[in-house]
Ligand binder design. Structure first.
Ligand code: AMP
Ligand code: MG
Length: 401
């Protein structure tokens, strides 16, 4: 049996290549850029006013500071979206609003508060500097400048930046297509009546939401009984539409555990089966060209922990992010030990502390058939075999997100 480190290395060394698509901005939200973005246009696009006030010629008002107010004639208006059509001549001013295009002939804006208006007559009371209160074309960036780097995640402001450039589609990594197939003759849909010997399928909804949270897209969904023909049919159909195939259940050693055989008959090459870990020992991993196949154990806790530890990093990689786990340091609040001779993905609860690493509490309930061992947890730690961590020890926590 291989170790958890070896298993993760095998997954890492079989990562499929990323693929890129041009996505409409709303669909690109939250995704990583597959290429650098250069400015198509300068920003601001045109020189405009930063204030509500008057566009003037500095030559006309430069004496205001030293001596008396200056009188100008108001000859028009430049509003945001409706520029002044003419050209400002000496002795003239135009009303201008914030965002309004600077009129031809003008070079300075006087804020409304620094003027007095009487009909068409404008008295300029204060004039501080030539070119004041303008947002100049290209002052933020020029056409051709680097705006966003490859790998940048398109958060709302970055989407806004693309929109401001008139960019309709952005190059992003394609969302991985994932198939979810739950196996088990005992399973019924959670919304159907269940006989006393039956089990409601809870892994289906758990895995689906986990995949969507990881940025993947569920492209195939099925529930099959413990029969080779049904299982093989699901493998074939899933392989047509998914980059990653997730099976739940049917990977142990029992006579009704048929997922490995079905994968092999479907043309998948086994890369490993069984890992020295708890939970999730029977984990099965295979591939066929660029498609990866994970046979997750059926116990809900095992299925989820194997998903977080092995599958989520693959989905991150395919979306332009690093293959790995987001983690932070906490501090053991009580002794945490693993006397087993296999590693544990050990569920913990966290207690935040201002300015200090959070306290990490080991949860007493670690049974792989107990969903409450997940629902009570905030994350997990990777605990090596035969270790004991005293309270106060720093520990690396992988949070449930
Ligand atoms: P298996 O890995 O198929 O041996 O399943 C291990 C345990 O997990 C059994 O008790 C199953 O009934 C249970 N199980 C399997 N699949 C699911 C599922 N989709 N939802 C809830 N429990 C499941
Ligand atoms: Mg089963």
């Amino acid at each position: 049996m291989i170790t958890i480190h070896e298993a993760l290395e095998i997954v890492r060394s079989h990562l499929p290549p990323r693929s890129v698509e041009e996505a409409d901005l709303p669909r690109a939200a939250g995704r990583a850029l597959a290429g650098d973005i250069l400015a198509r246009e300068p920003s601001p696009r045109f020189t405009n006013s930063a204030m509500d006030g008057f566009a003037v010629r500095w030559e006309d008002v430069k004496t205001v500071a030293a001596s008396a107010p200056v009188q100008l004639k108001i000859v028009g208006e430049s509003r945001a979206g409706a520029p002044f059509a003419g050209r400002l001549e000496s002795g003239q001013a135009a009303r201008i609003s914030t965002g309004g295009m600077l009129c031809r002939g003008a070079d300075t804006v006087i804020p409304l508060e620094e003027t007095e208006v009487d009909g068409e007559a404008l008295r300029v009371l204060k004039a501080e500097r030539a070119g004041n209160h303008l947002r100049r074309e290209g002052e933020e960036f020029k056409a051709g400048e680097l705006l966003l780097r490859q790998g940048a995640v398109l958060n709302p402001p970055r989407l806004a930046l693309l929109a401001s450039q008139g960019t309709v589609k952005a190059p992003v990594y394609r969302r991985p297509g994932v198939a979810v197939i739950v196996t088990g003759t005992e399973l019924v849909p959670y919304h159907a009546p269940a006989e006393s010997w039956q089990i409601r399928d809870s892994n289906g909804v758990m895995l689906r939401s986990a995949i969507e949270k990881s940025g993947g897209e569920v492209t195939f969904n099925a529930r099959v009984g413990d029969r080779l023909d049904e299982t093989l049919e699901a493998v074939r159909r899933a392989a047509d539409v998914a980059d990653i195939i997730l099976f739940s259940g049917g990977v142990s050693v029992g006579p009704h555990d048929l997922v490995k055989s079905a994968a092999q008959q479907g043309g998948f090459e086994t890369l490993f089966w069984r890992v020295k870990q708890r939970p999730g020992k029977p984990l099965f991993f295979a591939r066929r060209s660029d498609s990866l196949f994970f046979g997750l154990p059926g116990n809900p806790v095992s299925a989820y922990m194997c998903y977080l530890f092995y599958v989520q990093p693959v989905l991150a990689h395919l979306q332009g992010k690093p293959f790995g786990h987001e983690s932070f340091e906490g501090e053991a609040a009580a002794p945490i030990f693993n006397s087993a001779n296999r590693a544990q993905l050990y569920r913990v609860a966290l207690e935040g502390r201002p300015g200090r690493p959070p306290l990490v509490y080991p949860l007493a309930r670690q049974g792989s058939h107990m969903l409450t061992s997940l629902t009570a947890a905030d994350g997990f730690i990777h605990l090596e075999e035969n270790v004991r961590l005293e309270s106060g020890t720093p520990v690396e926590v992988i949070p449930f997100t």
